[in-house]
Design a protein around this ligand. Structure first.
Ligand code: 2BA
Length: 146
């Protein structure tokens, strides 16, 4: 029996159910917006984490942030995508969890955010906790009690 099946919902940690960093699409803070938009469109995600060159978490960036930034008075000025870097647009005001936080704390944070980033005490990026991963565990818990 796997560790995830043995543990009760209330005993699970964020580290047990998060998507680990190597599977998470991300952009670096000094990338041009053109690259960030390419990663967002190609991955299909609406928002992804932003890291520095040492893989520390700095924030997130969404397609909407990029489109807002290049919205001129009459049209989207797509030619500006190569002149602006991610640093000028990212959201720094984001919640963050650690791997040892309880899943219940994670549940609380995904009420307002589709995903929440996970980092260690020094700020190095470990992965993300998504609504999907939380809902799967909640569903498993409900069915195990039927
Ligand atoms: P969204 O991109 O707005 O995606 C909302 C939901 O749509 C996702 O929920 C997932 O169920 C589905 N979805 C979107 N794009 C997908 C894709 N390329 N492949 C499979 N399913 C896809 P969650 O899975 O709960 O993810 C919540 C949010 O976490 C996503 O919001 C996205 O911003 C971020 N995310 C999830 N997985 C990621 C990854 N591997 N890398 C980067 N960001 C990720």
């Amino acid at each position: 029996m796997s560790m995830l099946q043995e543990k009760q919902l209330t005993d699970l940690t964020v580290g047990d159910v998060m998507i680990s960093s190597e599977k998470v699409a991300h952009v670096q803070v000094n990338n041009p917006l053109e690259h960030a938009l390419l990663v967002l469109v190609k991955s299909g995600y609406s928002a992804i984490p932003v890291l520095d060159s040492s893989y520390k978490l700095l924030g997130t960036i969404a397609k909407t942030n990029i489109l807002n930034q290049i919205l001129g008075l009459e049209r989207f000025e797509f030619e500006r995508l190569s002149d602006i870097i991610v640093e000028e647009v990212l959201n720094e005001d984001i919640p963050c969890l650690t791997k040892s936080d309880s899943l219940l704390k994670g549940l609380h944070s995904v009420i307002n955010h589709p995903f929440v980033c996970v980092a260690d005490e020094e700020g190095y990026f470990d992965g993300i906790l998504t609504r999907r991963a939380i809902l799967k565990q909640v569903k498993k818990d409900i069915y195990s009690k039927k």
